[in-house]
Design a protein around this ligand. Sequence first.
Ligand code: PHE
Ligand code: NA
Length: 458
Amino acid sequence: MTQQAVTHGRWSSRLTYILAATGAAVGLGNIWKFPYIMGENGGGAFVLVYLLCILFIGIPIMMSEVIIGKFGRQTPARSAVLMSEASGGGKGWAVVGWSGVLAGYLILSFYVVIAGWALAYTWYGFNGVFEGRDPAQIGELFTGLNASPGPLMAWSAVIILGTVLVVGKGVRAGLERAVNWMMPALLVLLIVMVIYAARRGDFMAAFDFMFNADFSALSWNGVLIALGHSFFTLSLASGIMTMYGAYLPEQTSVVKTSIWIALMDTMVAMLAGLAIYPIVFANGLEPGAGPGLIFQTLPIAFGSMPLGQLFGGLFFLMLVVAAFTSAIALIESSVAWLVEKRGMSRMGAAFTAGFGIWSLSLLTVFSVTGAPWATVSLWSDISITLFDLLDYITANIMLPLGGLMIAIFTGYRVRKEITCREIGSVKSIYAIWRISVRYVAPIAITLVFLQLIGVLGL
Ligand code: PHE
Ligand code: NA
């Protein structure tokens, strides 16, 4: 056994790897974030751009990251940060690893607060709180939850504690057991919701909204948000796929598993949209309602459907679990770093990271409760909450820039024998991957940024 396998364990099978990587990918990004940012950015055109980003940028970059991870494990350097040095790129490339770990840490700080919302809603659901409430009252429930910081701090603390305990126990013991049955259960519940929404809600309006591309409704900022979300949703550029790649069994196909993970992730996002929007349109709600969208729509359905108490509780429980598997992945890279660089025990490192996350999460807590200090003005006419700022900087700036570097690194710097060995078994696929990471991804990402800072003026 190699040193690496002893320290962190290796996935026991290809299936376990896929489940864990899918668990990291599928999360709040699909069910909470995708529906509301799609609504804020006009629907169909946003969805189309998002799908193109997944296909031509996200999937190829996921393959790149997994290759870096798989190759990096040959050396003693094991965590995500060290791997970028280990892959032969020299010290400079370590910045990519660093910024990935930092982005993951910042993402986790708001992620746990949203997961805390879902946990609160699990409680509401099982206790029949949604029953008989009209849309306005469902809206008030959400407002009430965000009225004061105390409960939000407590709910997110529970999420963090759970994450810390699982990660503190190590990869084998913690991760594998958690992910095996939860993803399929979430999928089944989502399908139940789509069927219900199709029968009771305005399914045609929802379908039209999501799949009829009206480009006049999409701004360049919306294009960046779609691009950024393709990274966020696949957990790219945050050290996660690199780290999971390091645990990948030698014979496992990087190509097949990456495509499979992206497919599952996209499917969950589409199902979430199809479950939520029929309810939005049938009840005259706002597609652009923002981060509260899912919490203000689905409970309307749970409140009126047969067995709604059970389904409502279960649905939010599965959402918590999906968030939880992503949170585990998010905290893992900081923990790995603390263990390797600082020589801490896993448990000690997990608690240290967890405490830091909890402190940082207060920025988001006070943003949603509306504390004046948590809203900052960027330019004279734009002021946003620290939560929105964290979300924007991580998903729309750090991840795409990290992805750009990863694409360039594997496209131009990593020796061709290595990339070819991992994804070259089918020649045409290798050609597509290489064109994507050498040209399509770098050019597309650069163009969107240049346009947004006003250089191109399209
Ligand atoms: N992909 C996760 C989601 O969609 C979020 C995430 C981002 C997880 C980055 C890990 C790293 O919810
Ligand atoms: Na996702």
